[in-house]
Design a protein around this ligand. Structure first.
Ligand code: HEC
Ligand code: HEC
Ligand code: HEC
Ligand code: HEC
Length: 216
């Protein structure tokens, strides 16, 4: 056999061998996936990008239900509600407002409704320095007592800013304080941590316990 003939036989042999390997790969690849452990889907609560609550400003902007903010559907403008206080001087929240749980400050220091709501116009807010604000302008109210946090918020350090980074391309969206904090009870309740990542080798990890750290 001359050298060209030898080369032909070697190349043909290699091609057939590779085709055989390809066939074996295609035939077995589906099998491995089908037998892999089922990966449960992530609870969508953990990947939601929505803020903790809908603020009055969000509700007004999106045309949501604002009936709870129409104070004069129940109250009489000429006869503002009188605060009822218990023996410790804490506000007694009437049953019509039982969805409101007051807890602003560790010593109930800011539970007086009229620290924030305007008694002469319930549908408006008032600051301690005498400014009158629309209910959608609550950040200025919060800022009248929480100056440092308000300045952080204005600078984009506290809270959440999204929208356009390049201002001439479009507007920014800065979430107001009450998109996250409930004004009546602003600290966040504790929340459960999200589950850990899915492991590549769950069976190995199961054996790798603190009682058996050397097991691989
Ligand atoms: C569904 C009816 C209803 C709506 C809407 C409503 N209120 Fe009231 N509110 C009541 C009733 C009833 C009372 C108890 C009687 C009273 O004090 O007039 C009350 C009491 C109050 C009190 C006195 C609380 C206390 O501890 O004594 C305040 C302050 C108040 N409301 C503010 C508001 C504000 C501000 C709004 C709108 C943002 C509003 N309410 C909307 C029904 C309502
Ligand atoms: C009239 C003054 C006043 C206004 C207005 C006010 N706060 Fe407060 N806030 C306080 C005081 C006082 C405390 C209690 C601080 C403490 O207990 O050490 C407090 C506590 C808090 C806390 C808890 C801080 C902590 O470390 O636990 C948060 C969060 C908060 N306020 C957010 C807000 C938001 C959001 C607004 C606007 C909707 C607002 N506050 C409006 C006076 C105010
Ligand atoms: C620290 C300031 C603050 C205090 C104190 C406060 N509120 Fe409010 N309240 C607000 C703000 C700000 C909003 C608008 C909320 C938003 O943007 O979602 C509001 C909203 C409301 C609403 C409209 C709907 C709802 O339930 O959120 C009612 C009703 C109300 N407050 C009643 C009261 C009553 C009654 C008290 C006293 C027991 C009280 N508030 C004390 C700041 C305050
Ligand atoms: C995007 C959500 C978001 C917005 C918007 C937001 N906050 Fe907060 N704020 C938080 C979180 C989260 C914490 C940490 C809470 C905790 O550890 O319990 C916090 C903490 C705070 C505290 C406690 C002290 C501190 O600085 O850690 C205050 C006071 C406060 N915020 C006020 C405000 C005010 C006033 C505004 C509006 C000018 C605002 N927040 C806007 C999410 C927000």
């Amino acid at each position: 056999m001359d050298s060209i003939g030898k080369t032909w036989w070697v190349l043909t042999g290699l091609s057939v061998a590779f085709l055989g390997l390809c066939g074996a790969f295609v035939a077995t690849s589906g099998v491995a996936v089908a037998h892999g452990p089922a990966i449960p889907l992530v609870d969508t609560n953990f990947i939601s990008t929505a803020t903790a609550r809908m603020s009055a400003a969000d509700l007004i902007r999106t045309g949501g239900d604002i009936s709870g903010m129409e104070c004069y559907a129940c109250h009489d403008k000429k006869n503002p509600p009188k605060l009822k206080l218990n023996a410790e001087g804490d506000v007694i929240v009437p049953k019509e407002h039982e969805d409101i749980v007051m807890g602003h400050g560790r010593h109930h220091r800011n539970n007086n409704c009229f620290n924030c709501h305007d008694e002469s116009n319930l549908e408006a807010l008032q600051t301690r320095d005498g400014r009158h604000l629309k209910i959608s302008e609550s950040p200025a109210l919060c800022g009248s007592c929480h100056g440092p946090t308000y300045r952080d918020w204005e600078a984009g350090v506290h809270g959440r800013t999204s929208g356009y980074w390049k201002r001439d391309a479009g507007p920014i969206d800065r979430k107001v304080c009450t998109s996250c904090h409930n004004p009546h009870s602003p600290p966040f309740p504790p929340r459960a941590p999200a589950p850990g990542p899915h492991l590549l080798h769950p069976n190995l990890a199961k054996n790798h316990t603190p009682a058996n750290p050397e097991h691989h």
